[in-house]
Design a protein around this ligand. Structure first.
Ligand SMILES: [Cu+2]
Length: 207
């Protein structure tokens, strides 16, 4: 097992960002977010994201990820993407699925198919709930955010956002919660390193 070294990975991230970021942003540090429910218990699978004025709302064209169907489930259950991201829905089951969404943020329908699907462009921020027309128990959540700084909490309710220096509104969303909690407003300076943020949602963790 390799041990994660935050210092090494941060330096590497900074190097990559310097090469690809047209705005010339340099990584200043990170925001460590801890998300809890109304009872103070850690919430896994919460979307966390940091918004700042002047940050690109949409991903560059061509960004593409996948949500798999396997064992008559969508994997993963929760996906967080920046607006402008394409998602395809490969069906790796032996049965055919019919994937759809009625959500206002993205309505679509991929009729009975196996194997690869054409990608769907998620161009508007919001929550998209997807299901299968054949298997009622199949459900997954896509949370589309207007910022490149996002993550998903782990089993302990923790997530880390690598960000350039600036002022941020840090927000959290969980599928058990109808609305966002009040954002945590904070600043990250070049010398700060890791800045903690705690967000409490009135959600219950799924069983
Ligand atoms: Cu299905």
């Amino acid at each position: 097992m390799t041990r994660h070294n935050p210092r090494t990975s941060r330096a590497r991230l900074g190097f990559a960002a310097g090469l690809v970021c047209a705005a010339g942003a340099t990584w200043a540090g990170s925001i460590s977010v801890h998300v809890t429910d109304a009872a103070g218990q850690p919430l896994a699978d919460a979307a966390v994201y940091a918004e700042a004025p002047g940050t690109a709302a949409s991903a560059k064209p061509g960004k593409k990820i996948e949500i798999e169907q396997k064992g008559r489930k969508f994997l993963p259950l929760v996906t967080v993407v920046q607006a402008g991201t394409n998602i395809s829905f490969p069906n790796n089951d032996t049965v055919r699925h019919h994937v759809y969404s009625f959500s206002p943020a993205k309505t679509f329908d991929i009729k009975l198919y196996s194997g690869e699907s054409n990608p769907i462009l998620f161009d508007k921020p919001g929550t998209v709930v997807i299901g299968c027309n054949i298997h009622d128990q199949m459900v997954a959540y896509i949370h589309v955010v207007p910022t490149p700084y996002f993550a998903k909490t782990d089993a302990n309710g923790n997530a880390r956002l690598e960000v350039p220096a600036g002022r941020y509104a840090v927000k959290a969303w969980h599928y058990g919660q109808p609305a966002n909690a009040a954002p945590a407003e904070l600043a990250v300076a070049a010398t700060d390193g890791d800045v903690p943020a705690a967000l409490k949602l009135n959600a219950k963790a799924a069983n």
